[in-house]
Design a protein around this ligand. Structure first.
Ligand SMILES: [Zn+2]
Length: 145
């Protein structure tokens, strides 16, 4: 899986450390489940970049009961074929649905999480699957730690 490299979806984004709602690393506890992605600290309204060459498949909703918080599902193409990425707490650019983008293309903007999780560090949740298995994206992104 380390043949892949991805770019940071957030300018100067870093992994979310412990706050009142938990930690942002892959595998962090979430009640009886574990965190299947990584949380990248971001400022609300900042641009979000595609982490890979991808088909923008569709809007992906993080929560059934929340019509505001949104996200996007990407399917890797070219050097990223075999990868799938979900980014949450992103208001996606709807004009890109069904389109192919290069890594680094702006695909939306960061949403504030304060209404749902008061006091949390605003972030983009990035979840990556390689051949349908969830993997930690951090080793794939050179400037993310
Ligand atoms: Zn997360």
């Amino acid at each position: 899986m380390f043949k892949y490299s991805m770019i940071n979806p957030v300018d100067a984004g870093t992994v979310r450390r412990c706050d009142c709602w938990g930690e942002g690393h892959f595998g962090a506890p979430r009640g009886c489940r574990t965190h299947r992605g990584v949380d990248i600290v971001a400022r609300a309204d900042a641009p979000v970049f595609s982490p890979m060459h991808a088909l923008v498949v569709r809007v992906a909703e993080p929560y059934d009961d929340d019509a505001v918080l949104s996200g996007v599902l990407l399917q890797g193409i070219d050097a990223h074929a075999g990868l799938e990425a979900k980014l949450f707490y992103v208001l996606p650019d709807l004009a890109l649905m069904g389109q192919c983008v290069r890594a680094g293309t702006v695909i939306g903007c960061v949403q504030s999480l304060q209404a749902r999780y008061p006091g949390i560090t605003d972030h983009v949740h990035l979840e990556v699957r390689a051949q349908a298995v969830h993997i930690d994206p951090v080793p794939l992104i050179a400037d993310l730690s």
